[in-house]
Design a protein around this ligand. Sequence first.
Ligand code: NZQ
Ligand code: ZN
Length: 385
Amino acid sequence: MLNFDFYNPTQILFGQGQIAAITPLVPAGARVLMLYGGGSIKRNGVYDEVKAALSGHTVIEFAGIEPNPHYETLMKAVEIVHAEKIDFLLAVGGGSVIDGTKFVAAAALFEGDPWQILEKGGRNITAALPFGSVLTLPATGSEMNSASVVTRAATQEKRPFANRLVFPKFSVLDPSKTFTLPLRQVGNGVVDAFVHVMEQYLTYPANAPVQDRWAEGLLLTLIEEGPKTLSEPDNLDVRANVMWSATMALNGVIGVGVPQDWATHMIGHELTALYHLDHAQTLAVVLPGILTVRKEAKRAKLLQYAARVWHIAEGDEDSRIAAAIERTRAFFEQMGVQTRLSGYGLDASAIDAVVAALEAHKLVKLGEHRDVSAEVSRAALELSL
Ligand code: NZQ
Ligand code: ZN
């Protein structure tokens, strides 16, 4: 029997035209801070639709949240929240804007130094402003989860936090708003969602056949639909399927009661902090190596993955596992995301730097068995030079 406590309060508004439906969900009389990124929402109509939906509300804007949102930028938004007596936030953008808004929501009501939120992984949050989101980039799942990742540019630290108080109240998922995404971001999104499933699925058997089948369904859907976003970029149905897959990949449902890994993500965060690779690029580099060096601990699930997701039936166990990992790498490449450090102009010196950062940040007991030491991380990265 699994034991779990599954909680998810985010209301999802899915489909074309759903931005207009947020009007009654933002409290009447609220002073709203609308947070967004570098301006993509002004080029694809999202900005205008949000402004129209909130025409009866008081809305102040905060623009310029960058990819891998910076603590320094977000603290400027916190100042505006205080100065303008803001009581509702609306994130409009990709995972970085939503993550940044979660931090602003918590930091605005935090007593003491807000960096402590990242130091303590969010466990010290006792209050947060309510917020909603309008998602424009399917990838992170941030639109329906309580996690966030913030980067302190000054010290090159990228840190996650999570707390139930920072679930969005609602999120709009309008797949037609993803047509303007650059192909690089489309590929990144599919890879990020795929790896989110893998972090929760590819560990060891836990008598969780429902979670396993859900996870495999998401992986199969991403494998089927992901490449179509590149070959049929104007296909709304494909965009919708990818968007829903990405949300379901990290809204908690496939992870309830099962062991979880997340070593690939934690190693990847260091690669982004040091070398500014996109989040999904780091995952594409790290995951194949992690699966290979941890083959013994993950053997049963790797064989299940090979059989059920890649339909590999030929060969002995080791060759089936190797083939499944190779197919995974090839899938990422097919999505336009390079899987080797050399593809990003990096060499072995980057591995030394990542390992040093993992040690400095005490990330030396990662993975579902807490046995991914800095040296195991090194061995994984060396397989993707
Ligand atoms: O800033 P704008 O101009 O909006 O442009 C963005 C940005 O340059 C652009 N973009 C977004 N929607 C667009 C668009 N361009 C055209 N048309 C659209 N519809 O895309 C670029 C990247 O956006 P970003 O939000 O950074 O991407 P993503 O959604 O991949 O978010 C990545 C961040 O999320 C964190 C990552 O670490 C990274 O910081 N993650 C958050 C997680 C969570 N909260 O649970 C889990 C993930 O594992 C991940 O760590
Ligand atoms: Zn991710």
